[in-house]
Design a protein. Structure first.
Length: 143
DNA sequence: TAGGCCATCTGGTCCT
DNA sequence: AGGACCAGATGGCCTA
């Protein structure tokens, strides 16, 4: 448990309001709220597990720091589009194996991942996220 | 120290 | 009625 807001089960306005009702009702409401909190925690944990699984299959470009949830979604979107492009291009041109591989590398260039283009508020210009400071020759594409 | 990211709590809404 | 889902609020942790 990382942090915890003061809940109405501890003390607070809601608590005092419920105190004016019967103790049974207060107890029932408290129990229901705590159960709902537990369910919500579990739901969010499931969501985070899904994000972790998504991070594992999405390119990391040698980045040591894990992608945020927002970045993960953006990267997944771009990755899917890039893969889709590979498939459609390969079909269209009926390429050889070597050509197909070259096409893949071409599609995997960072500039094909606009999700990681950041806006620099200081300079007012776009710049490439540090995630792309990788050596492509070294094939440091972590998936 | 400010800003980003995150976990948690909470109340509202919708669905079964 | 109770569970699932969602969004807003809040506070902790971390980094530049």
């Amino acid at each position: 448990m990382k942090s915890r807001r003061p809940s109405f089960t501890d003390s607070g306005s809601e608590s005092s309001e419920l105190d004016s009702k019967s103790p049974e009702k207060y107890e029932t409401a408290t129990r229901r709220r705590m159960a709902a909190n537990a369910r919500e925690r579990k739901r969010m944990q499931g969501l985070n597990t899904a994000f972790d699984r998504l991070r594992k299959v999405v390119p990391q470009w040698g980045q040591d720091k894990k992608l945020s949830k927002y970045e993960t979604l953006q990267m997944a979107l771009s990755y899917i589009m890039a893969l889709n492009r590979i498939l459609t291009d390969a079909k269209r041109h009926n390429t050889s194996h070597r050509q197909w591989l070259e096409l893949q590398f071409d599609c995997m260039q960072p500039e094909n991942y606009p999700c990681l283009m950041r806006y620099d508020s200081a300079s007012g210009q776009e710049y490439i996220h540090s995630a792309f400071s990788y050596q492509f020759d070294g094939h440091q594409v972590h998936t």
